[in-house]
Design a protein around this ligand. Structure first.
Ligand SMILES: Nc1ncnc2c1ncn2[C@@H]1O[C@H](COP(=O)(O)OP(=O)(O)OP(=O)(O)O)[C@@H](O)[C@H]1O
Length: 307
């Protein structure tokens, strides 16, 4: 769906995006994670032809961008830098205006009302009535922005920080919405600086650090097992004695044991007469992987140290 090679953008001497090779596949919920100033927005703007790359190649649906923009962009729904809307108009009128600015001519005009109603329904604003957009909460505005992105039933959604400024309830609703759209066949590319959000939402993750793509893999591969299994038992003493130096750490009733096969470990403990009440395979967290492979925040300016 999205493929870049050597994609680079310089602003003067600042390497905002530095030689990145994105690979977003059909069906992905792809999380594009990076600290503030790491280059996410610049990348998204290049994907959409809003900013020209300094060098490198970029394809959407296998077609070169921005050359094929007129063919490609109608297949893409976008939300970049907060949705714009006329505050004095209701949601329906705003979407009708956006729809009218799109391609389609007379045929599109005939089906406009249905399309607008369907998009509002999809984002949970179906019953919103004639309330002007200026009376909307931030969460409702973001949802309206997504509705605008959905008007043409896009195959690919590209969203830049869609949960910015939302409260926990709004973030939860946005996540549910994006998952539902993905389940219905839409590929989703979403940027965020919030690790937990990406971890809960995405199937594949790319991490940008000072313009460079330092991680790109499926979430399940990134969260691979650590090789430790957490064991809970009221007979922790007996378990520790039986397992010997396989026990990495112990805290009260809980032991962390080196084991590649949790079932084998369980069988061994049960055979030794140890009652196991809990057994959890430990996985690396996305946070560990990101911290390991990237430096500090790109826009953090250290204090000058005295000579
Ligand atoms: N038009 C521009 N002119 C000059 N420098 C720019 C321009 N746009 C972005 N930059 C610089 O490029 C770098 C990457 O910025 P970008 O906005 O892409 O990051 P970001 O990851 O989206 O950050 P944020 O999460 O804060 O929006 C930053 O150092 C920024 O200052």
């Amino acid at each position: 769906m999205i493929e870049t090679r050597g994609l680079t953008k310089l602003f003067g001497r600042v390497r905002a995006v530095d030689d990145i090779a994105l690979d977003v596949r059909a069906g992905d919920v792809y999380g594009f994670l990076g600290a503030n100033g790491s280059g996410k927005t610049t990348t998204v703007r290049m994907l959409l032809g809003l900013v020209l790359p300094t060098s490198g190649e970029l394809r959407l649906f296998g077609e070169p961008m921005p050359r094929a923009a007129r063919r490609v962009l109608p297949r893409v729904g976008t939300l970049v830098e907060g949705p714009a809307a006329y505050g004095h108009l209701p949601a329906r009128a705003n979407l009708a205006l956006i729809d009218a600015a799109g391609p389609g001519g007379r045929a599109a005009r005939r089906t406009r009302d249905d399309r607008v109603a369907a998009a509002l329904d999809q984002v949970g604003l179906g019953g919103i009535g004639r309330r002007p957009v200026k009376a909307f909460s931030l969460g409702m505005r973001q949802r309206l922005g997504i509705a605008a992105a959905l008007l043409r039933s896009p195959e690919l959604l590209i969203l830049d920080e869609p949960t910015n400024g939302l409260d926990p309830q709004g973030i939860h609703e946005m996540r549910e919405l994006l998952l539902a759209l993905n389940a219905a066949g839409t590929t989703v590319f979403v940027s965020s600086h919030l690790l937990a959000e990406i971890e809960q939402l995405c199937t594949r993750v790319g991490v940008l650090d000072r313009g460079r793509l330092v991680v790109q893999d499926s979430l399940s591969a990134l969260r691979r097992p650590t090789g430790l299994v957490e064991v809970r038992t009221a007979a922790a003493e007996d378990a520790a004695r039986d397992l010997g130096d396989r026990v990495e750490r112990r805290d009260g009733d809980t032991l962390w044991v080196r084991a590649d096969d949790a079932a084998e470990l369980n069988a061994r403990l049960v055979a030794a007469g140890v009652p196991v009440t809990g057994l959890v395979v430990q996985h690396h967290t996305l946070e560990e992987v990101v911290l390991q492979r990237s430096g500090g925040s790109a826009d953090r300016v250290p204090a000058r140290t005295a000579p």
